[in-house]
Design a protein around this ligand. Structure first.
Ligand code: CP
Length: 276
């Protein structure tokens, strides 16, 4: 009998939602999508009741994207189903970090199939932009140093508090983008998360002057670096078309790698249990 996977999305998504759906289908599972804007969530139904409803309908695992940090753990406790975190608030986006790692390995460590604490020794990854609001940054900050990478956090003070430089071993802070680029084999650009700024006013022209990745900036400071972005890209803001579409960009490879990574995660959720 076909396994049943529910995708429960409280925030919009293109890449994560589609790739989880394709991954589940590639494993032979049936999928159903519940989105907060077209379901009884809009009428006030709670996360717990929505999860219990999906379980009653036969769901054997739930893929959850939620605007509150920690929601996957709550849902797992309430439903006793495996819950996969597809992004929770400003907390984590674990499958994004895994597909980012897969992409980095393909380019910098081709042929590597198993990893250890030395796999990324000598590799510097600069994460640039709105780090404060980014669950992608947080998951990569947890994953990449464990494999030996040096992670540089780069951005302006409002989006990157000084204390972030002490987040853990292998993580440092550099305000000067060009100086960070000089040291980097990988540059990971982030969008400014307008939906989470909560009234914070930014001078966007100043932001672009200091932190926008352009073709000329890349050519001058990191002509061999791999350019990454989790998406969605805001062209002309954190990255120009020249950098996003240039030969150093692996942004669409990241998207493609999402399907295989999410197949592995869904398979694990259905066989081992919770994968949040
Ligand atoms: N990278 C990412 O999470 O993109 P989506 O919001 O489109 O899923």
């Amino acid at each position: 009998m076909k396994r049943k996977i529910a995708l429960l999305f409280y925030e919009s998504s293109t890449r994560t939602r589609t790739s989880f759906e394709l991954a589940a289908k590639a494993l032979g599972a049936d999928t159903t999508l519940v989105s907060s804007l077209s379901s009884s969530i809009e009428k006030g139904e709670s996360l717990k009741d929505t999860g219990l409803t999906l379980r009653a309908l036969g769901a054997e695992a739930i893929i959850l994207r939620h605007n509150s940090s920690g929601a996957p753990w709550l849902l797992e406790a309430e439903t006793r189903l495996p819950v996969v975190n597809a992004g929770d608030g400003m907390h984590e986006h674990p499958t994004q970090a895994l597909l980012d790692l897969r992409t980095i390995l393909t380019h910098l460590r081709p042929g590597v199939t198993t990893v250890d604490g030395e796999t990324l020794a000598g590799v510097t990854v600069t994460i640039v932009g709105d780090i404060m609001h980014s669950r992608v940054a947080r998951s990569n900050m947890m994953l990449l140093p464990r494999l030996g990478a040096h992670v540089i956090l780069c951005g302006q003070r409002e989006l990157l508090p000084e204390v972030a430089g002490q987040a853990g071993p292998g993580i440092t802070l550099e305000r000067n983008f060009d100086a960070a680029l000089h040291q980097s084999q990988v540059v990971m650009m982030l969008r400014i998360q307008g939906e989470r700024l909560a009234g914070l006013q930014l001078d966007l022209e100043e932001y672009k002057a200091n932190y926008q990745l352009t073709g000329p900036r890349l050519a001058a400071h990191a002509p061999k670096a791999v350019v990454m972005h989790p998406g969605p890209i805001i062209r002309g803001m954190e990255v120009t078309a020249g950098a996003a579409d240039g030969v150093q960009s692996v942004i669409l490879e990241q998207v493609k790698n999402g399907v295989a990574i999410r197949m592995a995660v869904v398979e694990r959720a259905l066989t081992v249990g919770g994968a949040a």
